[in-house]
Design a protein around this ligand. Sequence first.
Ligand SMILES: Nc1ncnc2c1ncn2[C@@H]1O[C@H](COP(=O)(O)OP(=O)(O)OP(=O)(O)O)[C@@H](O)[C@H]1O
Length: 298
Amino acid sequence: MDVLQLQDVVKQYHRHKAVDEVSFSVPQGSIFGLLGPNGAGKTSLIRIITTITRADTGHVFFEGEPLNTAHPMQIGYMPEERGLYKKMKVGEHLIYLARLKGLDKATARQKINAWLEKFEITDWWNKKVDELSKGMQQKIQFISTVVHEPRLLILDEPFSGLDPINTNLIKEEIFKLHQSGTTIIFSTHRMEQVEEICEYIVLINKGQNVLEGKVADIKENFKENLYELEPLDTLPTSLEEIATVVNERNGIYKVKLTEGVDSTNLLRYLLDHGVRLRAFREVLPSLNEIFIRQVNQL
Ligand SMILES: Nc1ncnc2c1ncn2[C@@H]1O[C@H](COP(=O)(O)OP(=O)(O)OP(=O)(O)O)[C@@H](O)[C@H]1O
């Protein structure tokens, strides 16, 4: 079952089509990357999903039902621009935001305390938001996004401004939420984070869906028959009959197989020529390479 389904969604601002007939589905329990270059239409899509704005045409379904104004209670959205009130105290602010998401005061207090304890920041309760650093505010924003235990979590650049320790801390919590069944839409320009975190992606460019699917399948579809080998012996010159050396660094060769040659042929060739190997592996394209290739194509 899909938590979210978008069908032919269009959003136009004046004469500009920010979202142009976009369709995709977010599987239940997945970590789903919503990717695209600047101005692609990601925020416009998120604002439609969270009912901040409406699509001009098209359909959005949340857990199979047409999206309605009750659904945002099941959604936690952490926008890229952080929106905390600077003059409020951390504790009262978190309670205020939790109550907006439908929690009663006692439950809100209990859940917020549990999160502050988890992050070892219980002493922040009476601090004003503007006394906190950017990274500290980010932690508070994260808590406010997850405190009502949403079934769908939308995180826009959740690690921007965080140091490596706090990045890991938040990442671990995201994984725990995922393990407990929360579906997560993750929007970022950091492709290495997408590789590490996401199982599915959709790539939006100029308002259109240009690529969608499982990360593993996408990488498989974009592979270019490249292999990396680390020989202990000199490579024979006749290797060029079955593969071209693309580059060599510190004794590690990247080779591209000739059309019609497969990895078994290459391995057999190397063994037949007495080449001993320390390493041999297929090189799949990175999401970064795929992203740049797809975006530049259009
Ligand atoms: N309220 C608005 N009024 C007019 N144009 C808008 C509005 N919001 C977005 N746009 C335009 O729609 C397009 C898509 O913007 P959007 O913010 O959805 O992109 P994005 O993918 O989130 O970009 P980024 O990665 O830079 O945050 C852009 O050309 C932007 O200028």
